[in-house]
Write a protein that binds this ligand. Sequence first.
Ligand code: IPM
Ligand code: MG
Length: 362
Amino acid sequence: MKYTIAVIRGDGIGPEIVDGACRVLDAVAKKFGHTFEYRDALMGGAALDAAGVPLPQETVDICRAADGVLLGAVGGPKWDTAAPELRPEAGLLALRKALGLYANLRPAVVYDCLVKASPLKCKILRRGVDIMVVRELTGGIYFGERGGDDTRAYDTEAYSRGEIERIARKAFDVAMLRGRRVVSVDKANVLASSKLWRKVVREVAADYPDVTLTHMYVDNAAMQLALDPAQFDVIVTANMFGDILSDLAGAVTGSIGMLASASLSESGPGLYEPIHGSAPDLAGRDAANPCAAILSAAMLLRLSLGLTKEADAVEAAVRRVLEQGVRTADIATADTATADSAVEGETVVGCREMARRIAEEI
Ligand code: IPM
Ligand code: MG
């Protein structure tokens, strides 16, 4: 089959990791007899430089016409002083809104062979960590009314019943395919929007008798993620809480360079991107970890193209290459900063070589 994939390479390490992911997709195409047609599109800093806006209309059109969108990362110090609506991040938020990407799935998994990369004690991780954060992505404080001047400024958190219902449904659907446990995270002891959130999530839960629902306040959820991450299966939460908790969940796995994400709409193409940023300090040095982008491409295969075998093959290839001891610097046990790189059984490689090995495994 032939599929069209919109490719937004972005800024910083974005182009390098996306090239790695495309190399792996090419290996999938060859092995399984598909054709992936890539259509490049600009967003973020690259778009500001080329077109003066962070999200050109052409990019939205290319994405809408594609079967899925693969994104590297956007942003960098060069554009940090731009006006708020001209920051690279504004492009990403506008694209999420334009494509209606209300559901953000962020898996946080600890790979057995990477347990040492986690900042948590082995004792805490031994139970195995496999969390799916389901973050509401097109509502809440990110898109609420805001304003202000030099003396006072405000942002508003508002959620409608419909917005809560559809993200809750998505979380329960995801849970049915996993451990069938949902923790809904809110601040219902303080916020009116959280009170409605809790009520609606409870109502949706009635349609899923096989799923266990519990509620947790966001401050406690942060503590629980650090103390006992293995207790979680699916976490469903609002845009801002999800932004914060998914970084925390990612950090406990010890390898933010490994973490993929999918952003899904009701019917159009999904967008797939690593949860890490554009890491300007690593850009152009062939030092980034392409795994998050490669695993994002696997999610694209699975969720937007329906190519299950192919997605499994990519995930298995990543796992095997890690089991062979191949590491980019961010997940190496050795402290490369102090040149202590002689850890037995580990080979530290660059971004290109990591992607090449994963493609070769496929
Ligand atoms: C994320 C990022 C974005 C967000 C930024 C870049 C706007 O932190 O995808 O988690 O806050 O959603
Ligand atoms: Mg974030």
